[in-house]
Design a protein around this ligand. Sequence first.
Ligand SMILES: *Cc1c(COP(=O)(O)O)cnc(C)c1O
Length: 393
Amino acid sequence: MEKATIAIDTKLPRQDAYGAIAVPVYHTAAYEFETAKDMADAFCGRVLAPDYSRVMNPTVMHLEETVKALTGATNVFAFCSGMAAISNALLAVVEQGKNIVTSSHLFGNTVALTTKTLARLGVETKQINLLDLDAVRNAIDENTACLYLEIVTNPQLEVADLSALAEIAHERNIPLIADTTVIPFTQFSAKALGVDIEVVSSTKYISGGATSLGGLVIDYGTFPVVNQRIRFELLFNVGSYMSPHAAYMQSLGLETLDARYRVQSANALALARKLQSVPEIKRVNYIGLEDNPFYALARKQFGETSGAMLTIDLADKQACFHFIDHLQLIRRATNLFDNKTLAIHPYSTIFGPFSRSQKQAMDVFDTTIRLSVGLEDVDDIFADIVQAVEGLP
Ligand SMILES: *Cc1c(COP(=O)(O)O)cnc(C)c1O
């Protein structure tokens, strides 16, 4: 079956008593049992039955099962945010004295999680240029717990060579953990490219209409410790499982993901092409443009489409603020892959807490605007941008 079908037709874990066609929302903290033995079996994991919604809930399980069917994963865990998924995945592999090999081109909170929070627990983070495979090889040592990366970095739009990096990680027997938020798993197989664990902010493409926060850990079973620690330790002790209501909204989002993604990525490509001829726009960065340095690698890994995130560079920071302030249709908002087109100046917002030199090291520039292209008519999006840059140098 094709993914568009699987996203819609994956069955509920147990048939609903009333045959509800939408996934029922089991808004309950606890579950009643018939006998003491049933209760003991559920609590000790001998049967798969929910006992408490901090660790298992039928509505969340439906989302997890659908993602499992779509990705071919061994285990899928849904969390209350993308950051919860990332922190649980990393907590499953690190220990005091271990290190994480990654890049400085990472989502801002992931940078802070590794270099502040995990650093405080005695876990070191090595920020390497992941395009330099020798540097990656040299950075991995006997204490390295994982190689961690984002498949298309935000906002630099750098694309990692997943197969090459997976090979390096596997030579050293460490997992490759990839944040695949920006290209959905309905479009490409991270597993086929050698990724061991995928982490996704399902707040983005999956929720679709900015309805809810969520995160997924998609585990391909190659490092069994990840499943053991998340399932039997972190779900219980950290307590950041997804809520049933969020899972309901994200299941609805997942049903329409393939259709939305096709329109959004087509819009993004059409828009990127049009923006290249606007004189006030100094640079258009989109991995779907033929002259982009990552075009060929992105095609090879992710297929014919390139997602809905692109950046434009204007003359200076003042021009960026003027642009944002003059938008009439495009929303001034963070978030990605909403149905609505969104614009943000990452330098002064998402990366606001970082110093100027840190931002320079991360290649985050004050001339850059990030756009997340939505489902509106592309000519309307283009017209809004053209009127907002009018009068700029
Ligand atoms: C948004 C985002 C996150 C964090 O996800 P939340 O759901 O906001 O916690 C992590 N990685 C990437 C690439 C993101 O875009």
